[in-house]
Design a binder for this molecule. Structure first.
Ligand code: NAI
Ligand code: MG
Length: 367
């Protein structure tokens, strides 16, 4: 069998800085664990525009379709703000998501004990939290027709349409059940079946898909109640699946239960490829952070945890993903902090590469 393949797109701003630390970790897995990846690297975003006049070259797009997983840093920056909409750095990212048809957006909310004080919630509410929100990403009210602002009588009317087909619900539900099988076999589906027909269909289809996953304990909740429960006692959840609109809000809410942007990974998954692996793009939630770019201040953990997600969800290496997450946890427990994680007085921040080195040392120690 050939080695698993990875396309790395560092992008702009702090993207290349945090990705450099991920490269060292990928190399570590090759030497220490015999897990060799076929890694190729390419341009996306502003740097691709600078070279090719487009934020995503067709060759890069084609490569992304072939590999087992894509790992992206971040795109954008003030230098590109004045560009035409059609060539803005973000368009590169949107094209990847669209052409790879990545319909399931995975946003974990995971609390490392050493950072529990960072949360706006009480420490015991968030300590040990580890949940995953699966948001439908390619349909729903952000895409439904009709849409627009029309004149009606003597006033304007803003219109958007929530529309979900059975197959759109079915495929994102399947992704969520597959994840639940790799985690704790517990899934909660959220919609508003009390007031929305699309929600009624959502609940029916998720229930039907659930028959294929009898081991998974499925529950349903109205999304507004879900928001309350997420802030009241988030540890009652494991995997949550929801539509594009509710998922947009609930995933941001859940992410902030645990604190800093520099810590948050994500994945976007599509349909299974011929080898059974889903099409997949892994990336930190944060942007290119131009305010700190080039200063060695960026926290590489969000990008490193994105690679851990790739290990778990693309490469079936759950134990190795655990190993990497535990290394991150151990470094934080030692009190190592990049500047974005400072709170306690008298702590000197470590640089991006010092954080990477500290994580590598913990990986070594785990052998
Ligand atoms: P941002 O996420 O880049 O930064 C927001 C704040 O968080 C900044 O103060 C930044 O220094 C800090 N921050 C972010 N990541 C950090 C990390 N890893 N370590 C330490 N501090 C970190 O969002 P912002 O400032 O709104 O956007 C900056 C640029 O990034 C814009 O051009 C925007 O379009 C782009 N962007 C790109 C995204 C992507 O590539 N997926 C997502 C969000 C924004
Ligand atoms: Mg949002």
């Amino acid at each position: 069998m050939s080695n698993p393949s990875l396309l790395i797109l560092p992008g702009d701003g702090i993207g290349p800085e945090v990705m450099a630390e991920v490269r060292r970790i990928i190399d570590w897995y090759g030497t220490a664990r015999g897990m060799v990846f076929d890694v190729s690297e390419d341009l996306v975003g502003g740097c691709a525009y600078d070279k090719h006049g487009t934020p995503l070259h067709d060759d890069t797009m084609a490569k992304a379709q072939e590999v087992d997983a894509v790992l992206l840093g971040a795109v954008g920056g003030p230098k590109y703000d004045a560009l035409d909409f059609s060539v803005k750095p973000e368009r590169g990212l949107l094209r990847l998501r669209k052409e790879m048809d990545l319909f399931a957006n995975l946003r974990p909310a995971q609390c490392f004990d050493a950072l529990a004080d960072f949360s706006s919630l009480k420490k015991d509410v968030v300590a040990g939290l580890d949940i995953m929100i699966v948001r439908e990403l390619t349909s729903g009210i952000y895409f439904g027709e009709p849409r627009g602002i029309i004149e009606e009588g003597n006033e304007r009317v803003g219109i958007n349409t929530q529309r979900y087909t059975e197959s759109e619900i079915d495929r994102v539900a399947r992704s969520a059940f597959e994840l639940a099988m790799k985690r704790n076999k517990k899934l909660c589906s959220m919609e508003k079946a009390n007031v929305m027909e699309s929600g009624i269909l959502w609940r029916e289809v998720v229930t039907e898909v659930g028959k294929d996953y009898p081991e998974v304990e499925l529950s349903h909740m109205y999304a507004d109640a879900g928001a309350m429960q997420l802030t009241r006692w988030p540890k009652q959840f494991d995997v949550i699946v929801t539509d594009n609109l509710f998922g947009d809000m609930l995933s941001d809410l859940a992410a902030m239960l645990t604190g800093s942007l520099g810590m948050l990974p994500s994945a976007s998954l599509g349909a299974p490829m011929a080898n059974g692996r889903p099409k997949a793009l892994y990336e930190p939630v944060h942007g290119s952070a131009p305010d700190i770019a080039g200063q060695g201040k960026a926290n590489p953990i969000a990008c490193i945890l994105s690679f851990a997600m790739a290990l778990r969800y693309s490469f079936d290496q759950g134990a190795e993903a655990d190993r990497l997450e535990k290394a991150v946890e151990a470094v934080l427990a030692d009190g190592k902090r990049t500047a974005d994680l400072l709170g306690e007085e008298g702590v000197q921040p470590v640089t991006t590469s010092e954080m990477g080195t500290a994580i590598l040392e913990k990986l070594d120690a785990s052998l």
